[in-house]
Design a protein around this ligand. Structure first.
Ligand code: NAD
Ligand code: DAU
Length: 363
């Protein structure tokens, strides 16, 4: 791994991953290709140390011509594909963008990577090449309370336009491996949280609204279960897979810590009450408000991480209580970042839809 192409590096996980790599492998050259959609923002990378080994390129993974230039000029030997439309609620409102980026964009990236890899094989010994695809636990569908967690052999059963588009991209990546022998790995990870996560997502939404004394919208009964992992644990797992992952393998990643949305919202309120008691000493839990459920809402996700533990020695290091404490502190210390990310009209419209526009949101 000498010349790394990171797509979607101005988003939540991608920006954390760039920081992770710059710390651990300062000798690697990173090209960050990002279209800067509503979810991508260079403010997420504004604290990067000055490095001659980092370059940002504003562009789209569907732009084949641009991709060819990057692969050629930067002699890319490793791709980490984070670029995606990532929000389930938005996929219910506008599936087209998800097909465009998650399916067609991954396809276009695979094609150019495949050509570049063949070219390298003929010239400089291209066995040192990897296409790593970032995916999600949602491709496996929804678990019942008594089901065992998903493992790498679980059947794909995506149920939202988002998860269907991610499942499709996973299949394409595996197809390029089986058909053309392109060296690939895939990681399917559970719900991430931590610094720089877009406020449309559950944990930042709860933290930011609670700081501002606004309502905390809980979809349905709030008893849906997620397996929350701190983003830095996810980044370390991806790094280990890049270094030692088996060609063609899929690794399931998660924390092994399952919680209902109500438990998470309660923990955030209690953490904030400890760090910043409100003026009248009331618990922020009174801000919780049940609103109509997400259409097709998956009830439970959970990951079996035995394979990655046994083969790569990775396991999550940050407990949920420590991670939430760190994350709440981070948002309290980054009020300017919150203002920057939430100031655009798209976000205000989105929040309004979340509260009042359930019909419009489900079109
Ligand atoms: P995000 O929405 O915060 O960031 C996505 C980034 O991709 C943004 O910077 C955006 O500008 C960029 N992008 C979107 N379309 C693009 C295009 N066509 N060309 C180039 N760049 C484009 O998402 P995230 O939460 O950081 O997720 C990153 C990846 O991880 C996604 O593939 C997602 O499916 C996957 N994932 C996320 C989670 C999670 O909990 N957030 C869990 C598992 C897997
Ligand atoms: O599981 C991995 C996936 O996690 C990733 O692949 C996705 O990119 C990521 O967005 C996330 O999907 P979820 O739909 O699980 O995350 P979200 O933060 O949107 O919601 C988490 C849970 O909280 C879910 O059950 C819906 C609920 N929720 C969400 C919001 C935004 C609420 O109750 N209220 C809210 O306002």
């Amino acid at each position: 791994m000498k010349n790394l192409l990171i797509t979607g590096g101005a988003g939540f996980i991608g920006s954390n991953f760039i920081r992770h790599i710059l710390q651990l492998k300062p000798d690697v050259f990173i090209t960050n290709l990002d279209a800067l959609t509503y979810a991508g923002n260079l403010v997420n990378l504004s604290d990067l140390p000055d490095s001659a080994n980092y370059e940002f390129v504003h562009g789209n993974i569907n732009d084949t011509k641009l991709l060819k230039t990057i692969f050629n000029d930067k002699k890319i030997d490793t791709v980490v594909n984070f670029a995606a439309e990532s929000h389930v609620d938005r996929s219910i409102l506008n599936p087209a963008a998800f097909v465009e980026t998650n399916i067609l964009g991954t396809y276009s990236l695979l094609n150019v990577a495949h050509e570049a890899w063949k070219h390298r094989m003929n010239s400089v010994g291209g066995e040192e090449f990897r296409f790593h695809h970032i995916s999600t636990d949602e491709v496996y569908g929804s678990l019942q309370p008594d089901d065992t967690p998903f493992n790498e052999y679980s059947r794909y059963d995506p149920r939202s336009p988002y998860s269907a588009s991610k499942a499709s991209s996973d299949h394409l990546v595996r197809a390029y491996h089986h058909t053309y022998h392109l060296p690939i790995t895939i990681t399917n990870c559970s719900n991430n949280y931590g610094p720089y996560q877009h406020p449309e997502k559950f944990i930042p939404m709860m933290i930011i609204n609670a700081i501002q004394g606004k309502r905390l919208p809980i979809y349905g009964d709030g008893l849906q279960v997620r397996d929350w992992i701190h983003v830095s644990d996810h980044c370390e797992a991806i790094y280990r897979v890049l270094l030692n992952g088996l060609n063609g393998a899929t690794y399931n990643l998660g924390s092994g810590s399952e919680h209902t949305n109500l438990e998470i919202a309660g923990l955030i309120c209690d953490t904030l009450d400890t760090l910043l008691p409100n003026s009248v000493g009331e618990s922020r839990q009174k801000l919780l408000q049940h609103i109509p459920d997400r259409p097709g809402h998956d009830r439970r996700y959970a990951m079996d991480i035995t394979f990655v533990k046994e083969n790569l020695g990775w396991q999550p290091a940050i407990s949920l209580t420590d991670g939430i404490m760190q994350t709440v502190k981070w948002y309290l210390e980054h009020i300017h970042w919150i203002e920057e990310i939430t100031k655009n009209a798209d976000f205000s419209r989105w929040v309004q839809l979340n509260y009042d526009g359930r019909d419009e949101r489900t079109i």
